[in-house]
Design a protein around this ligand. Structure first.
Ligand code: HEM
Length: 462
């Protein structure tokens, strides 16, 4: 019996920090602002200059905010403020009737039938990833975050545009996104803390410039397709861009205009690769420290897929790979918190929450909550097949959010991650680099401050 692996995470403070300390810790990583009780409390509160903030862990309250009374708790305006220059009026940040219309128009692009069409793109991008890894010397030490970002960006690029991310424009989009992502938390946190004046104008300028560059490049790719479609000469590509151009508002029959189309594509590129890349990177880190699970995954891959090309239908049968990913999303949920605004005063656990207060729901805290999960910090993919943990799963698992704003790409993400993890482990044995301990930091997603370096050892063919 091997010892279960417990990945490192920032040691929480013993007690609540002062506001100033909390702000400066959170500027580096919002995980550093948490304290021990954050992982055991039902609800916490922080009163900031000009803002009341409530952190909600109680499963009943979470359901109320995210699901049962979701209309009274729309997305907080801070989300839109920081991401606005890039995402414009995208589904991720809009509210009310505008969001409802966008969601209705975008749903068909993520239906199961479309996922089946997307699978070959996932398989080709995964094969290209394996070809890139094959260039490395056997046993090489490698930062897997770089590759996980590349392969997931390639997959979403192919599914949107029906072309691989090999060209010069794609490379420039990718680089500008990396710059934008690095700056996003520096703009978002002061906004959440009500101290926008602490944002450096230089950061704002650089972020806006990256956003303009990304949008310009995306427009260059979308414009010819849009014009051809409007002129009645569609290219025949069956991809997300096509689905978005065909989408019609149920009430008026109107399609997306060009600007709104660019907003949705920019959002999808960001939401569709940053999150999956983060989770896959942590999955590989934990697998490198759980050799027994790797061996079971190899056996599973050989039994289900063998030497042939993986098929869409295989994914549900790769049960262990699937569970590894679900467990990773529990321990390292890429979207570590979501923020909502209380639009009217309401009672919560005996407190009177005022209209305008920010309600934060944190999958990071809830999925490691001491009262919900047994051995909350242990990496244990088998808990997903354990009847005894059904209640924990029901009460305390929401990596894709919950209710009407639940992630549109959840099935897409589970499918690509199962394919990538199972294919990679079937080819390579991963081992940890002695002395290298990845340090989780809460930025746009949960990333590692010092990368995730592993050794990749080629496996002999069976
Ligand atoms: C492991 C990967 C992913 C995770 C953990 C994740 C997580 C989330 C979460 C938590 C939300 C809800 C945010 C909130 O309630 O404020 C969300 C929304 C969304 N996600 Fe994902 N996501 C992932 C992958 C993807 C992918 C691959 C796509 C698209 C291909 C996608 C598209 C979206 C969209 C469009 C929304 C906005 C839905 C709405 O507001 O109606 N996500 N995601």
């Amino acid at each position: 019996m091997t010892t279960p692996f417990c990945p490192a995470y920032p040691t929480p403070r013993k007690s609540k920090a002062s506001l100033l300390l909390m702000f400066f810790s959170a500027r580096r990583s919002w995980l550093d602002a948490l304290y021990e009780r954050s992982y055991a409390m039902q609800m916490g509160e922080v009163h900031l200059p000009g803002m009341d903030l409530y952190m909600v862990n109680d499963p009943a309250l979470v359901r109320r905010v995210m699901q049962d009374e979701a209309a009274d708790f729309p997305k907080s305006p801070q989300t839109g403020e920081a991401l606005g220059p890039l995402l414009g009026e995208s589904i991720f940040t809009t509210n009310g009737a505008q969001w409802q219309r966008q969601r209705q128009m975008m749903n068909p692009a993520f239906a199961q039938a479309r996922l089946n069409v997307a699978f070959p793109a996932m398989r080709e991008a995964t094969a290209d990833m394996l070809a890139r890894l094959a260039q490395l010397p056997d046993g090489a030490e490698y930062d897997v975050e770089v590759e996980m970002t590349h392969v997931t960006a390639d997959i979403i690029f192919r599914t949107i545009f029906s072309q691989p991310m090999g060209g010069e424009d794609a490379r420039r989009i990718f680089e500008a996104f990396a710059r934008y992502q690095a700056l996003a938390p520096r703009l978002m946190l002061p906004s959440v803390y009500g101290v926008r004046w602490l944002v450096w104008p230089w950061d704002t300028w650089r972020s806006r410039r990256a956003a303009r560059e990304i949008r310009g490049l995306l427009e260059k790719l979308i414009r010819p397709r849009f014009e051809a479609y409007c002129a009645g000469r569609p290219t025949g590509d069956v991809d997300i861009l096509q689905a978005f151009m065909e989408a019609r508002d149920e009430a008026t029959g109107a399609p997306f205009g060009f600007e709104e189309l660019v907003d949705q594509v920019a959002m999808l590129f960001l939401a569709g690769h940053e999150t999956s890349a983060s989770a896959l990177t942590w999955a590989l880190h934990m697998l490198a420290n759980a050799p027994d699970i790797q061996e079971r995954m190899v056996a599973e891959h050989r039994e289900v897929v063998g030497e042939r090309a993986p098929q869409n239908g295989d994914m549900k049968q790769l049960r262990l790979a699937w569970n590894v990913f679900r467990e990773t999303l529990r321990l390292f949920p890429p979207v570590g918190f979501v923020a909502r605004e209380a639009t009217k005063a309401c009672p919560m656990r005996g407190k009177q929450v005022q209209a305008g207060a920010t309600i934060v729901v944190s999958p990071w805290l809830i999925q490691r909550h001491r009262n919900i999960w047994p051995q909350p910090d242990v990496f244990d993919p088998d808990r997903w097949d354990d009847e005894a943990s059904r209640e924990s799963q029901r009460q305390g698992y929401l990596p894709f959010g919950m209710g009407p704003r639940v992630c549109l790409g959840a099935a897409f993400a589970l499918q690509e991650a199962t394919l990538i993890l199972s294919s990679l482990i079937a080819r390579y044995r991963l081992s940890a680099v002695p002395g290298h301990v990845p340090q989780p930091v809460g930025r746009l997603t949960i990333r590692s401050a010092n990368g995730v370096r592993l050794r990749l050892h080629r496996r002999a063919a069976c």
